[in-house]
Design a binder for this molecule. Structure first.
Ligand SMILES: Nc1ncnc2c1ncn2[C@@H]1O[C@H](COP(=O)(O)OP(=O)(O)O)[C@@H](O)[C@H]1O
Ligand SMILES: [Mg+2]
Length: 337
């Protein structure tokens, strides 16, 4: 199956940092550019260690794991993966998954070049596989099953992909590592179990504590005044306590907007409080002013799911007259009044 190792330009040959093309089985592939960023991860050291552990090889025969980073939008999943790649000094490639990502987008895309010939462009994922880098499949649960299916052999012990378009099999470099981020929201596909079982373990990224959240905001907005930072951290921490999903990203955006409004007209500066309130409303909506009410509304909507199940609930419908825990008629009447 793997006819590639003999090929001098495939994984074993370790293309240098400046390589822009690699040849695989006679097909010349143009490589993608790595993503460069400072990629600092603040606080929550344990989850960074857990991610890094997935990528260790404890023995020459051992294989790395490809974990799933899950959590609310804006909590820091992508940042965590970037930081982990940086910590290892491996080149980083990020692939943004979408609902219309096709297998060839993920692998190799044919492009018509200037002289009318077909040029083959390696995706960020294939580039990471060839260069021995890290690929972050960002927001992986937006991608459909067909695209995931093309990655099934990559994320088990076979570690290859097959590009139908280029007619080649591409082996992953031994140093290749990957992680998949997934948002817990509704606008996503159900990923089939045979894929999920290859994306292990699940690493849940949670909201930062007060001190870390302050450090995150300070890091991204070092020019913000302490008073404005404190207001934002207070707001975010309260929303975390109430299990609402306002995130560090929301905090960064709202604070950034408030600072811009204040700086806009130095002769008539908008008051800090006023600018912050306006930014809250513009970025997060009117409902963000009353977190308690928002939280109550949210728990009412989720109400049905929150009721703990008893053993009998597994066997009887809640309305089944045979249900042992069913309220009697009197209670029903009271309830209906
Ligand atoms: N622990 C952290 N350290 C540094 N920056 C963070 C941290 N957590 C969140 N951020 C910042 O918050 C924003 C949202 O993070 P991101 O990784 O894009 O979230 P997600 O991928 O979960 O939607 C980014 O600007 C990111 O840099
Ligand atoms: Mg992300």
């Amino acid at each position: 199956m793997n006819s590639i190792p003999e090929n001098p330009s495939n994984p074993g040959s370790q293309p240098s940092d400046v390589a822009t093309h690699v040849e695989v089985d006679g097909v010349r592939l143009k490589l993608a550019q790595p993503y460069e960023s400072p990629g600092r991860w603040i606080g929550q050291g344990e989850i960074l260690q857990q991610l890094l552990a997935c990528w260790i090889s404890v023995d020459p025969a051992d294989l790395p794991l490809t974990p799933r980073l899950v959590g609310a939008p804006g909590v820091g999943k992508t940042q965590l993966a970037i930081a982990a790649a940086k910590a290892q000094g491996r080149p980083l490639f990020i692939y943004q998954c979408t609902a219309d990502t096709r297998p060839e987008d993920l692998l190799v895309t044919p492009v018509l070049s200037q002289n009318g010939e077909i040029a083959y462009h390696a995706s960020p994922l294939v580039t990471a596989m060839l260069r021995g880098g890290v690929c972050v499949l960002d927001e992986g649960n937006r991608m459909n099953e067909k695209s995931w299916a093309s990655l099934a052999p990559l994320f088990d012990n076979r570690r290859y992909v097959e590009s139908i378009v280029a007619g080649i099999v591409i082996d992953a470099h031994p140093e290749f590592r990957a992680a998949v981020t997934m948002n817990q929201d509704e606008s996503t596909f159900e990923i089939p179990d045979y894929i999920m079982s290859r994306l292990q373990p699940t690493l849940p990224v949670g909201f930062p504590n007060k001190q870390d959240e302050m450090a995150i905001l300070q890091y991204h907005l070092p020019f913000a005044e302490p008073e404005m930072l404190a207001m934002t951290v207070e707001f975010l921490q309260r929303s975390h306590q109430l299990k609402l999903e306002f995130s560090p990203r929301d905090g960064i955006n709202l604070l950034r907007y408030a600072l811009k409004r204040i700086a806009q007209d130095p002769s008539h500066p908008v008051g800090r409080d006023q600018a912050w309130q306006e930014a809250l409303k513009s970025c997060l909506g009117e409902e963000a002013f009353d977190l308690e009410q928002l939280s109550q509304r949210k728990s009412r909507t989720l109400g049905g799911d929150a009721v703990p199940l008893g053993l009998a609930d597994l066997f009887f419908d809640p309305d089944d007259p045979m249900h042992p825990d069913r309220d009697d008629d009197e209670d029903d009447e009271e309830f209906n009044v």
